[in-house]
Structure formats: C-alpha cells, structure tokens
Design a protein around this ligand. Sequence first.
Ligand code: HMG
Length: 390
Amino acid sequence: MNIGIDRLSFYSSHYYLDLKTLAEARSVEADKYYIGIGQEKMAIPAPDEDVVTLAASAAYPLMKEGELENVELLLFATESGIDQSKAAGIYVHSLLEMSPRCRTVELKQACYSATAGIQLAVGFVARNPDKKALVIASDIARYELGSPGEATQGCGAVAILISADPRLVSIEPECGYYTEDVMDFWRPNYRSEALVDGKYSTTVYIHALLESWKQYAELSGRGLGDFDRFCYHIPFTKMAEKAHRKLCRKCKTDVGDEQMQTLLGESLLYSRITGNCYSGSMYVGLCSLLDNAEEDLAGKRIGLYSYGSGCVGEFFSGVVQPGYRDFVYADQHRNLLANRTELTYQQYEDIFNYGVPTDGGEYVFPQYKTGPFRFSGISQHKREYESLVD
Ligand code: HMG
C-alpha cells in the first residue's frame, strides 16, 4: 500500500529580525551569518504566540478544507513543551474542532520527534487505511543572547497529514536510524534557553547521518545517484550543505556547486529566512522544495535526513506523486513570509525577555500580529487561547 504525506502546511511568526541587525549589535560582520552559516533572517514569535498557536495556525488551512475529518491520530512533536503533563496537541485538537474520536499524544526527542511521529502514523494508516493521521511539529528555537547559537534561532510549525494514496509524497519502507547517548544540545527543565556544544553538535549530526545512510543503503540497495533531491534537518542552511558534501565524500561521489544547488537549493529557501524551528525544520525544507521546485518533481525520489540532538538520526526517502502541485500551499507560504514585520534590535530583545510568566498569577497578553489563533493569557495556572476566526 502506498502511504505518505497527503498535505503539508507551514506557519511561522509574523515578525523577524534581519541578521545584519544582529550582526551590528554583536559587532560581527553580517557575512558571518549571511554566508558563514547561510542565514539571513530569524522568525521571532510574538509574546502571544506559543507552540500551540503556531501548530494550530499551521493546520488551519487543512481544517478549512475539511481535511481533518477522518483524522484519528494526532501526534504533536515539540521540544518547547508548555506543560509537563498535558499534551500540547490537546489544545490544538480543541482549537481545530477535531473529532473526539482521536488519539492525541506529545512526542519528544529534540528535532527528531516529528519523524518518529511520521513513522508511527504510517503504521497507523497501514492498519486503518481509510483513516488519516496528523503529525504537527512546532517549536521555538531559543539560545542565550550573545551566544554562538543566537543567530540560528527561529520558530515555526508544520502540519503533516499522513494517509493512504497520498497526494504529495509516498514514503518508502526502508529507513536507516541511529541512537547514541551524547550531550551536544539539551535544555534542562529549569531553563528556557538551550545549552549547546555547538561545534561538537555539528560533528555528531554528521556522524549520525553517515551511520543512518549506511543502513539505509544496505537495506534499499540504493546509492546517491538514485536521488533527485535531498532534504536535511536545517539548524542553519550551511549545515545541510556541509552534511551533503560529507555524505558525497563518504560515497566517493563528486558534487559541484551547481549540482549542490540543484539537489538542495530549493529546500533551503524558507529556512534561510525563518531560522531553525527544531522538530519541523526538515519538513519546512520539504515544503520549500515542493513549493519552489522549478522542475516538475512528480516521480522523483527525495532523500530525507532527520536529526535530533542527544541524539537520534534517521535517513529515509519518499517519492513525489503526480499532480502534487495542485495540493501544496505555496501561495499561502509565500504570502506569510513576504508580509512579516521587521523588528529593530531593541524590539527583538524586549520580546526575547518578555517570557511567559511563571508565578501563577492572572495575565492577559497584549495582542500582536498572529495567525488565526493567539495565546491570550493565563488564569488559575491554565493557558488560555483565543480563536480569531468565526
Ligand atoms: P560560531 O562558532 O560562532 O561560528 O557558531 P564560526 O566561528 O564557526 O563561524 C561560522 C562559519 O562562518 C565558519 O565557516 C566561519 O569561517 C564563517 P566554517 O568554518 O564552518 O565553514 N565566517 C564567515 N564567513 C564569511 N564571512 C565572514 C565570516 N566570519 C565567519 N565574515 C555554531 C557556529 C554552529 C557553533 C553556532 O551557530 C551554534 O552553536 N549553533 C547552534 C547549534 C547547532 O545549530 N548545531 C547544528 C547541529 S546539531 C542540530 O542540528 C540539532 C539542533 O537543531 C537541536 C535539536 O536537535 O533539538 C540544533
């Protein structure tokens, strides 16, 4: 049975900081960010956005089109959890008015968990071919002000509908996956910013890629020449390019700049101007590729590498389906990204420091520009959300 990604919708905040503004504040050359790490802008969440509103806004176009009616599994992937007990997906389930006959759960393994969600969802659909599963990856990437990771912050969510006979990408059965206990990036419960051993994290990312690829290649019998495009986890776009070069070197395959641009370029466009959104990052890359590929990708195979620090890596693949262009949300994605508000450095720092109050008090949050849903306040230790649509 053909199972895979039926719809794919991306949402990010309405505010961004240009990295040249950050470069000026940090007294470094803008090219360190623009060229060195391959990032131009980072999406900054408004104080009344959180992983719930980002996620519900990403899935809203699916709801509007009636695509969520047959969904009986909702998997919410995040490492920016808002509660130690209740799954953030339950708030999203409510905002999207989904059927009560639904299994809803939150998944965590750094940036990897959406891929675990997709593989679980594929298993669910194999057993229930007339049902669908919704995987939502939603995160806010935060590092300390002035730290090396700061320029790689970002935020966003991706809603991924998994079904039989998918209209976008069928997922192939072979997967290579790899787990190792390492401390390259982590966020203890008492911190709102991640701790990271930056350089080390890039070497672990690549090690897990090579191990995952080795298994995938053995199981599938495929080589790099069997792929038309690649989507990598994108903490910053240079990382994806570096990883692909390493993989090519390992496979004794030459890759020139032009070929690199063909294989990866279109998948990096959105991340370059939104930044890392952790669990959703690779799927933002897939959205970017499907929305922006000049060539019709129908029938083309895409290599997918998902990585989550700590660490788990997985290499798998998908084949783009005929007619996929009629089912992407390219115009909505482009509109959202083209109509964001640029922040000054001071506005960025103010929003960064705003934080969600943790003293158990009663709060009503000011209204900023958001999508169809907003995080309106806290009352009696309960988060409150508001729908801005009828
Ligand atoms: P850094 O150490 O400040 O940067 O931060 P750098 O000094 O290494 O410079 C970066 C690059 O810019 C270098 O190029 C410089 O040469 C170049 P490279 O040697 O790497 O090719 N450069 C310039 N280029 C042009 N013009 C200039 C200029 N100046 C310098 N003027 C670091 C880099 C990655 C450490 C930092 O961004 C960081 O800590 N990031 C966060 C961690 C991260 O993203 N790791 C990636 C792998 S782990 C992962 O992906 C998982 C993750 O998403 C979390 C999860 O799973 O939950 C992070």
